[in-house]
Ligand binder design. Structure first.
Ligand SMILES: *Cc1c(COP(=O)(O)O)cnc(C)c1O
Length: 338
């Protein structure tokens, strides 16, 4: 692992994170998936949807804030986010009595904005991309001295998300593959470090949307490239990689297979999660189901799917339950043909 930045977390750091976040973060269960029946292999779901903030991002945010000095906490924390990280930072900051400012683009669903405000954080909505929200973060760091808690490219955030990998291997030592929704790669990177340190044979499968995955485009180009952010059912997977120090290198080295899914395939994944698994999960968390149902990924052994979050607009739950199209900005996604 020589091409990683020297402060990239190791399994040891991830285990330290595991101890530090206990009490704030739920140790989520691994449950059997309906896809076991359909694929003929043992498939289990790691239910991060059960976290108090509705998504795994509470792990990284809690650990990063826990590691701040008292003086740093007094300056307050700031972040940019597609919604779930902002909610996690707001939650962890509130627990510590720390002020939080969350910078969001116009693409973030209102349901996520409202949840962040309800936790007492200040929300700033800027522009229509993560990059624009990031500029406001830089300004608050430079002018007000606030501490930036980035959504993925930070050693403590990666270590926090990596605790999922330790839990999966503890609960299921025989797991062969772990499927992970992929955006900036903090989730996948952390899980991959932990899982492969415990068992080097574990395969890591990243899944992203066809529309606007910056990591997929960058892996393809062999260097960090930007993409146009577009409306997608997987809104939590949007955004660029920024000046990346950790997660691009991690993904480049640790992903064994990368799968991209269409909006219709994500809809099918959401429908299977809601109607068959009976689990409320947002589009970003349905990409792994989408990859399997579409046949783009073939399950070949004991497999865990990380179901990353549940924070979708109620309207989308209604649409999926009724088999109606979902409208996201100017994008209309139809249910799959029967
Ligand atoms: C942030 C997020 C992801 C992707 O995590 P990265 O660390 O950015 O790759 C996946 N699912 C949900 C629900 C998220 O909020």
């Amino acid at each position: 692992m020589t091409d990683f930045s020297p402060d990239t977390p190791t399994l040891r750091e991830i285990r330290a994170a595991q101890a530090a976040i206990e009490g704030t973060v739920l140790r989520t269960p691994l449950v059997r998936s309906v896809l076991a029946e359909r694929t003929g292999h043992d498939v289990r779901l790691k239910l991060e949807t059960l976290q108090p903030t509705g998504a795994f991002k509470l792990r990284g945010a809690t650990y990063a804030i826990a590691k701040l000095s008292r003086a740093q906490r007094e300056r307050g924390v700031v972040c940019c986010s597609t919604g779930n990280h902002g909610r996690a930072v707001a939650y962890a900051a509130k627990k510590n009595g720390t002020k939080a400012v969350v910078c969001l683009s116009g693409l973030v669903p209102d349901v996520k904005v409202a949840a962040i405000e309800a936790l007492g954080a200040e929300v700033r909505r800027i522009g229509m991309s993560q990059d624009e929200a990031e500029i406001e973060v830089r300004r608050l760091v430079d002018e007000k001295g606030m501490i930036d808690i980035p959504p993925f490219d930070h050693p403590d955030v990666i270590a926090g998300q990596g605790t999922i990998g330790v839990e999966i291997l503890e609960d299921w030592p025989d797991v062969a593959s772990i499927m992970v929704p992929l955006s900036g790669g903090g989730l996948l990177g952390g899980i991959a470090i932990a899982a492969k340190a415990i068992n080097p044979d574990v395969r890591i499968v990243g899944v992203a949307m066809e529309r606007g995955s910056a990591m997929a485009a960058s892996l393809d180009a062999g260097r960090i490239v930007g993409v146009d952010e577009q409306p997608t059912l997987a809104d939590a997977l949007g955004g660029g990689l920024g000046e990346n120090h950790y997660t691009f290198a991690l993904c480049r080295q640790l992903i064994d297979e990368l799968v991209l899914v269409s909006e219709e395939e994500i809809y099918a994944g959401m429908a299977t999660l809601l109607l068959d698994e009976r689990i409320v999960a947002e589009g970003s968390s349905a990409v792994c189901h989408a990859a399997i149902l579409s046949g783009k990924y073939v399950v070949a052994g004991p497999t865990t799917i990380v179901v990353s979050g549940r924070n979708l607009p109620t309207e989308q739950i209604r649409n999926v339950a009724a088999g109606e199209p979902i409208q996201v900005g100017d994008l209309r996604v139809n249910p799959p043909d029967e």
